[in-house]
Every structure is written in C-alpha cells, then in structure tokens.
Ligand binder design. Sequence first.
Ligand code: UDP
Length: 330
Amino acid sequence: MNVLVVGGAGYIGSHCVRQAMSAGHVVAVLDNLSYGHQASVPRGVPFIHADMADTSAVRQALRDHQIELVVDFAALTNVGESVQQPERYHDNNVIRTQSLLASMLAEGVKKIVFSSTCATYGIPEKMPMTEDLSQHPINPYGQNKLEVERQLIALATTQGFSFAAFRYFNAAGAVADASIGEDHTPETHLIPLAIAAALGRRPPLKVFGSDYPTPDGTCLRDYVHVDDLSRAHLAVFDRLNVPGRQHFYNLGTGTPQSVKEVIASVERVSGKKVPHEFAPRREGDPPALYANADKVKNELGWRVQYASLDSIVETAYRWHLARPQGFATA
Ligand code: UDP
C-alpha cells in the first residue's frame, strides 16, 4: 500500500516506517520536526517537512504519493505537560489532527491508523484493561485523544472512513540494531532516565511515589517494545479496506511492572546501579495501568517478540550506549 506516516520522524513513527518498508509498503513521511529527527527517516524515503495542519502541503503529499492510507503519530504526548499547557495540547492534538482529517477527506483518502492512548480511560474501573471500559480521561492529553477517537467514529459513520485506533500503553526500547531509538527533549520517561542515571549522565532518578496501593508501593505500567507496537499497525491495514470499519485495540503486553522492577531490570542489563531517590507522586499518574491484550491478539494475530522487560530494556540500553546524545551524536 502507499502509506503516509504523519509524525514519521518521531520515536514510534520512525520504527513503524522501517517496519512498513520491510513489509513491502511504499512509505512517505510528513513531520514538522518540532520533536522528530530528520536523521531517523531512512534514506530514499520521501520526506515532507510540514505541519499536519498545513492543508496545501498535506493535500499535495497525498496526491504526489498516491496515498491510500495514513498512519498518524503526530502528537504532543507528555501527560504532565498537557496539564500545564492544555490549550497548546488541544491545538496540536485536536485542531491540527482535524485539519489532517479534513485534508484526507478532500483528497478521498479514507483509511487511517491513529495513535491513541490508555490515558483515554482515566482511572480504569478494572484491571487488566479491556477496550470496553468507560473512558473518563483525567488529563488533557487523554481528553485530546478521546476527542479524536470520537471524531473518527463520526467520520466512519457519515463519510465511510475506516480506522483503527490503538490505545498505547508504555512504548519502550529501540530497534535491535540501535540505529534509531528514543530521543526526547526534555526526556521525561522512566526507562531512558533510569539508563542515563546508571550511566552517570544524569542525576539520580526520582521515583515518583512509594505509597501507591501496589505490591511494592510504586506505580505499575505495561511496557511494550516499540517494534512490537509498530507491527500491530501493519497488521490492521487489510482490515481497513471495507468502508466504515472502526477498530479499537489496547496495545500492551498485559504484564504489569513497577518502577522498582524497571530499576532492577536496568541494573541487571547494564551491570550498574541506578542511583535513585524517592520523591512525591507525579500529578496525573494513576497507580496501575496494564492491558488485557486479548482483542489485538485474537483479531490481528499480534504476538510480542520482546516478552520480558529485560529484553526491552536491553535494546534501549544498546541505543543509549551507542548514541550518548541521541540523534545529535556524531
Ligand atoms: N516515573 C518515575 N520517575 C521518572 C519518570 C517516571 O518514577 O523520572 C514513573 C511514573 O510515575 C510512572 C512510570 O514511571 O509511574 C512511567 O512513567 P513514564 O513517564 O515513563 O510514562 P507514562 O506512564 O507517564 O506514560
């Protein structure tokens, strides 16, 4: 298929681009490079440096590359920041996404795979989390993604859009050859920060909260390898050939891991201590989030290749060792 990956220079997008190419799809990337890295776009892949709200650039790209399907990763994704800057988040994650959808509609491109989030559920009413739980997000990021999910439902019903919305749990790790990986500025995610602390590149890790109602008092999350996550996107392409299809999938391994377990894993993989100290809870952090991934497994045949936390952390560690300054490393 001819695929436009919007946000394809970002962390998950860049991994998906590689996998889509390996699967034989013809890929173009559109990214405004506000957070993405052009160096992560493989040589030979058409790259359009534009914002998804740049209607003329998007429409031109859809026409030039005879795009049949869009995969949309372009979003601001930092929960804490969304609490501080709700308007900026709404503008980017809702308004600009709506502009992308309008451009697609104008060009008759009606298939989209959308990056959603487990943050749309808010504080889940049961664990592990299934797709039918009620969605009551507790931060603007989760609200933004839910708003777009609802718009996609409307477009499917009224315009024949077919879509899949993947509700991500915690994407982590890097491609096995360490050629691309996680490089956020500022970095706020647990695994890169724990690795950087182990390598003495950053101050001790702050563990946000040690009094949660969890077995060891720290938050439980579901860490899923970025390549496993990306592969699920490809697995749904064929299901979007029938107009009006709507798919929602949780994307996690189903295994909860505490912050302390992540620290222990980084210590095993690196052979170094992770200096850390306990700090107050971070605003907006639910105690536990982990997926019931039966639906994506049963319907799409999705299986993880990186089943253990150590195998995920190991790929992240290799990337951070190889690229101390991320993509800026010479
Ligand atoms: N966390 C932490 N210290 C940090 C960053 C994260 O203790 O410096 C915790 C955070 O409270 C959460 C988990 O690690 O329980 C994963 O956080 P991350 O920001 O990586 O992903 P999120 O779950 O917010 O998407």
